[in-house]
Design a protein around this ligand. Structure first.
Ligand code: LMR
Length: 396
């Protein structure tokens, strides 16, 4: 029976991890998968996370299931982080948190929820978007449509985006990146979020806000601007959240699917469905990551430590963006890559073509995603000049 099964290429982003490992060049640079790296190229375990884990090892009393919605304490902390502790959405008790195996698990919950409860609705993704959005939503059987996000000059095309959103059929779902847009790094301004709110209201669209990088752009509260604006002003919003990046606990698979409904009654109805969706997918989410997050939130000292470490990571990335543009100045390329300094989060849509990306990989052992997306956190003082020289050689 298996004779007819064809071999397919692996995931383009995850495949880069192996390609990079296999490359013997000592000068190799990994600007591929979206994990934070420090100045030594290491993806560190945050100090607050290590301390929380120590506490957990000492105190954890059971490994029993935590339930399909996950740890309630984790859910509450995530809701407060996403909406703000004094949010009217929380005061009105109309947001439900379902812990998920990472942000991808939250997206799959969202996709299955839409497929089963909102049949016939299309889902609209930015072009470009994180490639796995296409994978997850199509695996759930959803009809995928696109709206433009960047123009031919490699800048945010908000006009094109807004015009396209205005044509979306009523009731469809529109996926928005809360901050640190993956792959472009271009985020919406407060005015642009306001315009999106107006269009979404007018067209009666259901926003699904993907929120995987809270704290990596401008700060915990600053990065939540759009998600909070929509949730406070709309009856219904879906949010897929992740603690992978802001707690650096990627492999612990720690995310959350948040459903905001018009009132508590409606929220409880949706919530009851989500317990079933989770149960049918994986039953219960993994517990270690959520326990780390809850431990940090419950301890003022650990919380302050985590908050500072996150600010350090964010600051380092934003500094690297400046240094990268400066490093290209001697090559006469500062203007061409000026957008990199303005983008936010781990990723930068460099504007490099697929061919240029391949040349960088084959001739210089510099790895980035074929779309020209670079993980800025993979740069450091030791490799900056090498990377800038290599980029100059491929674009000239
Ligand atoms: C990325 O975009 O590199 C990250 O979100 C990791 C992944 O799963 O693709």
């Amino acid at each position: 029976m298996f004779d007819a099964i064809e071999r397919v290429p692996g995931d383009a982003i995850l495949g880069l991890i192996q390609q990079f490992k296999d490359d013997p060049n000592p000068k190799k640079v990994d600007l591929g998968v979206g994990v934070y790296r420090d100045e030594d190229g290491i993806t560190p375990i945050m100090r607050a996370v290590k301390a929380a884990e120590k506490k957990l090892i000492a105190d954890e009393a059971t490994k029993a299931y935590i339930g399909s919605h996950g740890d309630p304490a984790y859910g509450e902390h995530v809701l407060k982080m996403v909406f703000g502790a004094d949010s009217p959405v929380l005061a009105d008790n109309r947001a439900s948190a379902t812990q998920s195996p990472g942000g991808t698990g939250a997206l799959r919950l969202a996709a299955d929820f839409i497929a089963s409860q909102l049949p016939g609705k299309s889902i609209w993704l930015s072009d470009p978007t994180w490639p796995n959005h296409l994978g997850v939503f199509s695996a759930a059987g959803l009809d995928i449509q696109r709206y433009p996000y960047v123009d031919e000059h490699n800048q945010l095309d908000f006009e094109g985006m807004a015009a396209a959103l205005k044509t979306i059929p009523k009731g469809d779902i529109v996926v928005l990146h809360a901050c640190c847009h993956n792959p472009t790094g271009f985020d919406l301004s407060a005015e642009q979020w306001q315009a999106v709110l107006e269009i979404v209201t007018e067209r009666e669209l259901l926003p699904l806000v993907d929120f995987a990088y809270q704290g990596f752009g401008n700060g915990i509260d600053e990065d939540a601007y759009g998600a909070r604006l929509l949730a406070e002003n709309l009856g219904e919003v879906l949010i897929t959240q992740s603690c992978s990046k802001n707690f650096g606990i990627y492999r612990e698979r720690t995310g959350c699917f948040i459903a905001v409904a018009a009132d508590t009654e409606a929220m409880e109805d949706v919530r009851s469905q989500l317990a079933i969706t989770a149960r049918e997918n994986y039953s219960n989410p993994p517990a270690h990551g959520s326990a780390i997050v809850a431990t940090i939130f419950n301890d003022a000292e650990l919380y302050a430590m985590w908050h500072d470490e996150l600010a350090e990571m964010r600051g380092r990335i934003n500094e690297l963006r400046q240094k990268f543009v400066q490093g290209l100045e001697p090559h006469g390329l500062a203007e061409r890559f000026a957008h990199v300094a303005q983008q936010r989060g781990m990723f930068s849509y460099t504007g490099l073509s697929k061919d240029q990306v391949e040349t960088l990989r084959d001739e210089h052992s510099i790895y980035m995603v074929g779309s020209g997306r670079a993980n800025v956190a993979g740069l450091n003082d030791a490799n900056m000049e090498y990377v800038c020289n290599a980029i100059a050689s491929v674009v000239k």
